[in-house]
Design a protein around this ligand. Structure first.
Ligand code: ATP
Ligand code: MG
Length: 438
């Protein structure tokens, strides 16, 4: 078992030396037992918050006293130390009315959401696991601590956390847990959109995200009802062997786990049910679906308060997903100009995945994408110009020629467009001559 890091050991030792119990708890214990590297280490202790503050003096900050949390600063980063606690009644499906501190580790573990999150690890390597979290991890099962129905009614965010842990850890939802998630899903409507968004982003990264979403579209449909018409929507088109929902999930799982890319893949065809038409031969078409998908996705991302940058990137990827792959120098330079290198690479990944998620006979597009990618690599290696930063002429050069105000910006844009289109070389003399003559 991976060792507890030195700074966390020091915290446990300090608390034990002062006469209290102290354990690593929650996500970090789950992660090391499943061979992952914990992102952060949380400590739980029998010491009351003021006792923790006293034990660490100036190194401790009362960051969440109401919930019993004190942040201890260490050279290797901050560690949250939380007093054993029991949650009071939940009245709004979100937050306990009050919390009370306890001196019992078992009581603290019992308030936690899933068995795999309800384990504590001591300094000497001792594991406290009253709910069988270790066995569940080994057997690949995600199970609530206690009665699932009650636990999801207390705090509905746990429904989405459950999907997230299943997606990230590759766990199967235990059947009563899964049934209670579905039964109580409408309660997610009472959860703050920002909190749903945070869980969703973590879920998108999961290597098993497709499987979990496929099993539970109804839960997603509580905050994103737009996904529901995709489920089982027959495309009636030889290019496709899956309904829109399964095609979208297949595309989502075929892109790298960057959340924007996963999200764009999930939503790229969401406008398909609304744009469906059947021609005289009984073939389905979705004219203009990229535009409609973009409009719908914008509303969905705004509703969950995704950051502007995230939203704008997803919308650009959706808007471009249905365009031809650029396969000429000029086409790739234009795409670079409009998207930049990073985003063009994301777009190529999305196009690759979109094509891989089509019917096997129509996956030949991969070769076109290879070609676009090869041009991209060559242009980058040649230091091709596709942004104002790379243009051989700057604003000052144009001021020196007597241009003023907005005319400077306009001239720079014109020059860049001509260079990108191959009509002018990216050379100072030639560019200045063009400006003088026009
Ligand atoms: P990660 O940090 O990887 O997102 P985590 O399991 O550490 O996962 P946190 O949100 O950091 O998740 O919470 C730490 C621990 O607190 C959890 O492992 C769980 O024991 C408990 N916990 C967090 N949120 C809830 C909740 N809504 N209901 C019950 N217990 C919770
Ligand atoms: Mg954590």
């Amino acid at each position: 078992m991976a060792a507890i890091p030195g700074n966390v050991r020091e915290i446990l030792k300090t608390l034990e030396a002062a006469g209290y119990e102290a354990w690593c708890v929650g996500g970090c214990v789950r992660d090391i037992l499943s061979g992952r590297t914990p992102e952060d280490w949380d400590v739980t202790t029998s010491a009351l918050p003021e006792e923790v503050l006293a034990a660490f003096g100036a190194g401790a900050l009362p960051t969440g006293l109401k919930h019993g949390t004190v942040t201890v600063r260490t050279a290797a980063g901050a560690v949250e130390v939380t007093t054993y606690r029991v949650d009071g009644d939940y009245r709004d499906h979100r937050h306990p009315e009050n919390v009370t501190f306890t001196r019992s580790l078992e009581e603290d573990l019992a308030r936690r959401d899933f068995t795999v999150n309800a384990m504590a690890l001591g300094l000497g390597g001792e594991l406290r696991d009253p709910f069988g979290g270790r066995r569940d991890l080994e057997q690949g099962v995600l199970r609530c601590v206690g009665d699932p129905d009650r636990r999801f009614q207390e705090d509905a965010l746990r429904i989405l956390r459950g999907m997230r842990f299943a997606a990230v850890l590759g766990l199967e939802l235990q059947c009563e847990t899964a049934a209670a998630m579905e039964k109580n899903r409408a309660l997610l409507g009472e959860i703050a959109p920002e909190r749903i968004q945070i869980e969703l982003v973590k879920l998108f990264r999961g290597a098993w995200a497709g499987r979990v979403l496929e099993a539970h579209p109804g839960i997603v449909g509580v905050f994103w009802p737009e996904v529901l018409p995709m489920v089982d929507f027959d495309q009636r088109n030889v290019h496709h062997c899956c309904d829109v929902w399964r095609h979208s999930l297949a595309a989502m799982m075929a892109v790298p786990p960057a959340p924007e890319l996963r999200c764009a893949a999930l939503l790229h065809d969401i406008g398909k049910p609304d744009t469906f038409t059947l021609d005289g031969d009984g073939v389905g078409h979705f004219y203009g679906h990229a535009k409609v998908s973009g409009r719908m996705a914008e509303g969905m991302l705004r509703r969950l308060r995704f950051p502007n940058e995230f939203r704008e990137r997803v919308l650009r990827l959706i808007a471009w997903h249905d365009r031809d792959i650029p396969r000429t120098d000029k086409g790739v330079r234009r795409a670079l100009r409009l998207l930049g290198e990073e985003e063009l690479r994301l777009l190529l990944a999305l196009k690759r995945a979109d094509n891989l998620a089509q019917a096997p006979a129509y996956r030949g597009r991969q070769l076109e994408i290879d070609k676009g990618e090869a041009i991209l690599e060559r242009l980058l290696a040649e230091d091709a110009c596709f942004s104002l930063k790379q243009l051989a002429v700057k604003g000052n050069d144009l001021l020196a020629l007597g241009l003023r105000g907005p005319a400077v910006g306009r001239a720079l844009e014109t020059l860049l467009n001509k260079v990108v289109d191959g009509e002018l070389p990216n050379e100072r003399e030639a560019l200045l001559e063009f400006v003088t003559k026009s």
